[in-house]
Design a protein. Sequence first.
Length: 191
Amino acid sequence: MGTGAHGVLGQGSLSEATIVAYEARRLTIVATGGYDEFVAGFEAAVPVLEQARFQALVDSGGGWDDVLAAADENAPHGFMRFWQADVTAMMSPLGVPWRCTEYLMGNQTIAARMYRHDPAVMLYAPLRVTIHTRPDGAGCVGIDRPGAQLGSFGDPRIASVGLELDRKVAQLLEAIGVPAPSELTADDRPA
């Protein structure tokens, strides 16, 4: 799709693009248990976002402190599930043995700390996670390291939240019995 003098933005307007290259750091962590056990542990630790509750707070004129308190109550490990998809069911006609569930997990109060500096951070908030199997049936979690994604904005305020999210993901994994890779916790990791 072209842009320019007669491009999609209208006659006489020119588009501008900023391209940022960064090194993504995809992590695949194998759990000791099977897929079903991993999904159950994850879903218990990352409850569904209570959207109606948050909307009621907004509608009633609740302030940001009320939202913070509700998020703390709804996210015992710092994250809530905003969305999920049973990829296994969707892809079953392929006849492959894989099982997979995809999630968007996050916390709007953490995202707000970045959003106030650049709304484009919403490309990476909430975080995208898969729980899937490998050929031997072991359950795995896949996630791109938040610190690498958010460090790409070149803003130290956003990058510091990205590194905090790395640690929160590590804590979540530990809470569900999955050893977190040092990539999420090392002090010398690149942003």
